[in-house]
Design a protein around this ligand. Structure first.
Ligand SMILES: *[C@@H]1O[C@H](CO)[C@@H](O)[C@H](O)[C@H]1NC(C)=O
Ligand SMILES: *[C@@H]1O[C@H](CO)[C@@H](O)[C@H](O)[C@H]1NC(C)=O
Ligand SMILES: *[C@@H]1O[C@H](CO)[C@@H](O)[C@H](O)[C@H]1NC(C)=O
Length: 461
């Protein structure tokens, strides 16, 4: 399955979200309908027939198209708009070239895709392989809490797990965080720029813009996309962006078994290493769906979880840019969401991390023509940085092959925030399960999409 199918996932997730997650049965029926509806074009642009929210807000301060970006004005950005030609990858970066990360190995021989080497794309990675058996050994000696997988990664879908959400440190259900979670850049007015779910055919346009403006970002890449577009991953890495793991098939990780989580992280890590020659030491869980079990697995495998900024006072720093691609909102409404993020950002004592996507032409257009351009002219001035950079981590820490800090990542979860990694099962003593994590606020629940994804996974796998 390719990008189109992934678009279907997203569209379907949106549908379920808009329906406020009715009964599971209803959702499945709905998805079957959507699956057979002509909702996705081959260009990856969604033409959803399930638009539920029209943009009715009047918008002040709407930017015109940024000069020279080739992006339409915000008023004309909506699902179903004409697509533009995609840009070719530069292809500048060849085997033996030296990456911009000190001490990193030179670029390996070009990636050649052989289906037999990889799990099927966009399905939960199978666990019955010698690779997964090998990666499971990385969990030995680590305390992986014996938490049952959630039903579908959502509070609503699993009342039993939801009742235990604080104890299990579940972010998508109650906003529970741990000291090891990366939630915000420490310095005020510093924006950790991140793009999820690529590389896609539109990533090159974004990369050209970022180069032109001298902005480095963090790309959370999906393994199933990496093996499709290795040249774009090379381009991201070689131009100085940070590369992080965003799983193989983009499922809510709390809903998977421990073996499946290992497979999802392991195959993505391997895909990135095969293309770039380096192995990320960071990851972002799809939908932000993480709990102490998923954290412990990720850290045992050498990956620090990175989320995005959220608090009860500000809401999540999620642009929800995908809602435009899915036909749920139009450009101006999405831009309002972004302006609220910037407004809230100015009120924080720390910096912040914003979630955007490079999977769709529309989300790339929103970033290139509107949101990033608005951020660059924001008053007070914002400092746009990749997340590792804003965290002041040495660049070498970002990859196993270049990391010299033996305690990065820490090898376990400090569930009660006392600075010590727990060595027993669930601590049972965490009264609210939340740490301030130095950022001065905690996350809030906001994802119901995750539940839909699990149902889709069941349907399609
Ligand atoms: C982006 O990363 C490259 C490679 O590490 C670096 O040379 C460049 O200075 C960075 N740009 C910014 C704005 O930090
Ligand atoms: C903060 O975000 C909320 C939406 O989450 C919005 O209603 C509010 O206006 C924003 N605050 C500022 C100061 O922009
Ligand atoms: C190594 O990483 C840990 C975080 O895992 C950090 O607290 C520590 O300061 C780092 N040490 C050095 C020398 O950078």
């Amino acid at each position: 399955m390719k990008l189109q199918a992934f678009s279907v996932f997203l569209t379907l997730a949106v549908v379920a979200n808009a329906q406020n997650l009715k009964a599971r049965h209803d959702r499945v029926v709905h998805k079957r309908q959507a699956l057979t509806s002509p909702s996705v074009s081959h260009s990856g642009t969604t033409h959803s027939t399930t638009t539920t929210a029209a943009a009715t807000h009047s918008v002040s301060l709407v930017p015109a198209a940024a000069a020279g970006t080739g992006v339409p004005p915000i008023e004309s950005i909506s699902s179903g708009m004409p697509t533009q030609a995609t840009l070719p990858v530069s292809g500048t970066f060849t085997p033996g070239a030296t990456p911009p990360v000190s001490g990193a190995p030179v670029l390996p021989t070009p990636f050649v895709f052989k289906p037999a080497d990889w799990p099927p794309q966009d399905r939960v990675a199978p666990v019955d392989s010698s690779e997964v058996a090998e990666w499971l050994k990385e969990l030995e000696g680590h305390n992986i809490p014996a938490l049952a997988p959630t039903v579908d990664g959502s509070c609503a879908g699993d009342p039993v797990a939801a009742a235990d959400a604080a104890n299990r440190g579940w972010w998508t259900c109650g906003g529970h965080t741990r000291a090891t979670d990366v939630l915000a850049c420490p310095d005020k007015l510093t924006w950790g720029v991140s793009f999820d779910d690529g590389p896609s055919p539109y990533t090159q346009k974004l990369l050209n813009f970022l180069s032109e403006k001298d902005i480095n970002a963090t790309f959370f890449v999906v393994g199933s996309r990496v093996i499709e577009r290795p040249q774009l991953l090379l381009e991201e890495y070689m131009r100085g962006h940070e590369i992080s793991v965003h799983t193989w098939s983009h499922r809510p990780l709390t809903s998977l078994t421990t073996e499946q989580v290992v497979a999802e992280l392991g195959w993505t890590r391997k895909a990135i290493k095969t293309v770039l020659g380096v192995t990320p030491t960071t990851m972002r869980p799809p939908f932000g769906d993480i709990d102490d079990r998923v954290r412990a697995i990720s850290l045992a495998m050498g990956m620090v979880p990175i989320l995005w900024t959220s608090s009860p006072a500000t809401g999540p720093f999620d642009t929800f840019d995908w809602k435009v691609a899915a036909g749920l909102v139009k450009g101006p409404q999405s831009f309002n969401t972004f302006q609220a993020i910037l407004g809230n950002a100015s009120t924080l004592n720390t910096g912040f991390i914003v979630l955007q996507h490079d999977l769709y032409e529309i989300t790339v257009d929103m970033a290139v023509g509107h949101t990033l351009t608005a951020a660059l002219t924001h008053n007070p001035a914002l400092n746009l940085q990749a997340i590792g950079k804003c965290m002041k981590w040495p660049t070498g820490n970002l990859y196993l092959e270049t990391n010299t800090n033996a305690t990065f990542p820490t090898k376990g979860v400090d569930t009660d925030g006392d600075g010590v990694i727990e060595t027993h099962g669930k601590t049972g003593q965490s009264s609210n399960g939340s740490n301030n994590n130095g950022a001065g606020f905690v996350a809030v629940p906001f994802f119901t999409v995750a539940g839909a994804m699990a149902v889709i996974a069941t349907l399609l796998s």
